[in-house]
Ligand binder design. Structure first.
Ligand SMILES: Cc1cc2nc3c(=O)[nH]c(=O)nc-3n(C[C@H](O)[C@H](O)[C@H](O)COP(=O)(O)OP(=O)(O)OC[C@H]3O[C@@H](n4cnc5c(N)ncnc54)[C@H](O)[C@@H]3O)c2cc1C
Length: 385
């Protein structure tokens, strides 16, 4: 067993770290303040090959897919990006771990050739449309319809909470092709934003990841060719869940990145802030908070890499991905809370980034399956239910 990153992943880590430090620090604060995503920074990140990690080289990807390192590479990069900017981090995670991976695994050659190269270069951004107003955790009860009409499908319905909707160029949409079967009546479609009948609706005002847009997407008589179906008709729910295994590893990486930022910033602060004539780092109460942060961070990262390794090896990883996401997200929440505590009043002020990290950490326990849903996934695997 080896706990070192292979050389190609170490180099990738260095590239992502340098990019995030140089290009993301300032925009991260501005995006949060102005609630507006910086698409230009995302395109720059893509120019370095960081948006095509889960895409084969034949479609412009970065080469990690061929070495069975795509998900591990995504973890390396997502940790670095989320350490500085969780709004850019979630955009990248959805783009790579949800959209690109699903299209690559389940799409036809024609679709892949037409779409994946645009995602590799970052010219296009991908989004994932599963949730609806009435179906969140119970995603299988979705009602958005896709009716067959000659050589086309016609989409009618609306999706809620869609990350990147206003600046995404292409959506993966789960819609109902049969009203008779609950989950077996769902199919998955690639829908280019340029098609008629798509409207971007309400823009959510959020607690955290405020730089990432989260919107309603409405489909009204939106006609798409049947060749935009991925997998078979009725396979959409299987595709959605399989894709979420990879997505959850991406969110674990997001949580690891946020937690690392909190730990590093709290450690630095504790070494300079003085009270009672001492650095606060000399108080055992503070030392123990830092020690626990460090332990949780390592444990979360190990769970994350195990899940990513399994997925890259093509092995089942639903339980391991759920464990990584659950542990990493709950750890990030606790670490961010303690970081605010170590900063005292300054932790409550927007002058310091821990205030933003505290708000950003919370979402990792909610999207791509809440913590309760992760516990259901894990216990079902244990009980064979
Ligand atoms: C910022 C943001 C971005 C998002 N981005 C996307 C996106 O890009 N694409 C997309 O499709 N969706 C997206 N979502 C939706 C997200 O995945 C859902 O919000 C999430 O799955 C929870 O669904 P819900 O909000 O309907 O909550 P509900 O399902 O209504 O859950 C409410 C509460 O009930 C609990 N609960 C529900 N069922 C059970 C159960 N069986 N046992 C125990 N407890 C249960 C939940 O854990 C939760 O605590 C996003 C959400 C947010 C907030």
């Amino acid at each position: 067993m080896n706990f070192e990153l292979p050389e190609e992943l170490s180099l990738l880590q260095k590239t992502a770290r340098e990019f995030a430090e140089a290009e993301l620090r300032k925009p991260a604060r501005v995006m949060d303040e102005e609630e507006e995503f910086n698409v230009g920074v995302f395109k720059k990140l893509a120019e370095l090959g960081l948006a095509g990690l889960t895409i084969p080289e034949a479609y412009g990807g970065s080469g990690f897919y061929e070495s069975n390192l795509a998900n591990q590479a995504a973890c390396v990069v997502l940790e670095e990006i989320n350490r500085i900017c969780a709004s850019t981090g979630v955009t990248l995670s959805v783009h790579m771990s949800l959209f690109s991976s699903a299209l690559n695994k389940w799409g036809s050659d024609e679709l892949k050739q037409r779409i994946l190269p645009h995602l590799s270069t970052g010219e296009w951004i991908g989004a994932y449309c599963l949730s609806e107003a009435g179906s969140g955790s119970d995603a299988g009860s979705l009602t958005c319809m896709a009716k067959k009409d000659g050589g086309d499908y016609v989409l009618d319905g609306s999706k809620l909470w869609i990350t990147s909707a206003p600046y995404a160029d292409v959506f993966l949409v789960m819609a109902r092709t049969s009203a008779e079967h609950k989950t077996r009546g769902i199919s998955a479609f690639i829908v280019e934003k340029s098609r008629k009948g798509i409207t971007i609706g309400k823009h959510e005002k959020k607690m955290g990841i405020r730089g990432s847009a989260t919107c309603e997407v409405l489909f009204e008589k939106c006609r798409i060719p049947a060749k935009n179906l991925i997998g078979e008709e009725g396979k959409g729910f299987t595709i959605a869940l399989d894709t979420l295994d990879g997505g959850r590893i991406g969110i674990a990486a997001q949580a690891v990145g946020i937690a690392r930022a909190c730990m590093e910033e709290a450690t630095d602060y504790a070494k300079v802030r003085e009270q009672f004539g001492k650095k606060i780092a000399e108080f055992q109460a503070v030392q123990w908070m830092l020690a626990d942060m460090s332990m949780r961070l390592d444990a979360a990262r190990l769970l994350m890499y195990r899940a990513a390794y399994l997925r890259d090896a093509g092995k089942p990883c639903a339980k391991e991905a759920a464990m990584a996401k659950l542990f990493a997200s709950e750890s990030a929440d606790k670490t961010a809370k303690d970081a605010v505590q170590i900063f005292g009043g300054n932790g409550y002020s927007k002058e310091y980034d821990v205030e933003r990290h505290f708000r950003d950490a919370r979402i990792t326990e909610i999207y791509e399956g809440t913590s309760e849903i992760q516990r259901i996934v894990i216990s079902r695997a244990l009980l064979g239910a």
